[in-house]
Design a protein around this ligand. Structure first.
Ligand code: PEP
Ligand code: MN
Length: 334
């Protein structure tokens, strides 16, 4: 349920309304937008008499929300959310580019790539330390040593760092991490979502599960938000379909659709979506053109020797060319 507040309502009236809602076990989430102020009601609203609320002086209108996601719903928060990732903003017109290797492999590697991608205009650095690999025999990531190397790269470049958390037991080592990635395989690890959401308000980059519907993606965002963290960034990274020509099938139309359904920023991952370095530039350009709030792109100094996802990794030179094109598209959008 959302309550649209009358224009010109004073603060005391709004606060009284919130007190009334809390007395009925409703968590009132106020969103002061550019056009109107709305109060999203989280909780069991079935017993609320809409007629009574509508009759209040401060209330313009009341609307029940049919969708199961509430906090993530655009109706709860009519303006697009802008999420501040340690200085790199994303959403509501702010565009972010996260770039770096699939996995952190050495200090020299991550620092070198961080410097290169920063010079090309990346606003954040990615690099996996804990890797969700299909094979138990494949490189699993450097773990805590990888996190330390990411911290060094952050110190040397000033770029905020993004890395994946697979096990909540590791979160105590994530103090220096600026954005916590929840990978596709864990999108519906509901305990992990609840634990992370209640532990930290750091931005969470939530990747769409391989066969997750948009509603399921939004419900996973809702888990994090309902646990106390409103700073969720949604990521489309391709889904499984009958088509096997590329690693995944990029569902690009979800960008404007998610923007309609939700106020959360949407980023596109052209690397995992396609699995081929040659596809990354055109797909990045398309994602920027369709209105994505950002990109997350894998870049490696020596792709043929990468310990993970070399085939889809750009060299720093390819990333530089991609950035130039993407920024041109962004200029057209502005
Ligand atoms: C990654 O970002 O390296 C990754 C494993 O992504 P996904 O969870 O989308 O497969
Ligand atoms: Mn990868």
């Amino acid at each position: 349920m959302i309550i649209v507040v009358k224009k010109g309502a004073d603060r005391a009236q709004i606060e009284n309304l919130k007190i009334l809602l809390r007395s009925k076990n409703i968590d009132p989430q106020e969103s002061r937008g550019s056009l109107q102020t709305v109060i999203g009601c989280v909780g069991d609203v079935a017993h609320i008499d809409i007629g009574l609320v509508e009759a209040l002086d401060v209330v313009e209108s009341v609307q029940r929300i049919q969708e199961p996601y509430k906090s993530a719903n655009r109706k709860f928060h009519p303006d697009s959310s802008v999420i501040d990732c340690a200085g790199a903003k994303i959403g509501g017109g702010c565009f972010a580019v996260v770039a770096g290797p699939c996995s952190v492999e050495s200090e020299e590697q991550i620092v070198g790539i961080a410097k290169a991608v920063k010079a090309s205009g990346a606003t954040m650095l990615r690099g996996g330390a804990f890797k969700p690999r299909t094979s138990p025999y494949a490189f699993q990531g450097l773990g805590r040593r990888g996190l330390d190397m990411l911290s060094t790269a952050k110190r040397e470049t000033g770029l905020p760092i993004v890395t994946e958390l697979m096990d909540f037991a590791d979160i105590e080592h994530f103090n220096d991490v600026d954005v916590i990635q929840i990978g596709a395989r864990n999108m519906q690890n509901f305990n992990l979502l609840k634990e992370v959401g209640s532990y930290t308000k750091k931005p969470i980059l939530l990747k769409r599960g391989m066969s997750a519907t948009l509603q399921e993606l939004l419900m996973s965002a809702e888990y994090i938000m309902a646990s106390g963290n409103p700073n969720v960034i949604l990521c489309e990274r391709g889904i499984r379909t009958f088509e096997t020509a590329l690693r995944n099938t990029l569902d690009l139309a979800v960008v404007p659709l998610l923007h309609r359904l939700s106020h959360l920023p949407v980023v596109v991952d052209p690397s995992h979506a396609t699995g081929q370095a040659a596809m990354v530039e055109p797909v990045s350009v398309a994602a920027a053109a369709i209105g994505a709030d950002g990109l997350i792109i894998e870049v490696h100094n020596d792709p043929p020797r990468a310990l993970c996802d070399g085939a889809q990794s750009l060299t720093p030179a390819m990333f530089d060319r991609t950035m130039k094109k993407v920024l041109k598209i962004r200029e057209l959008e502005a």
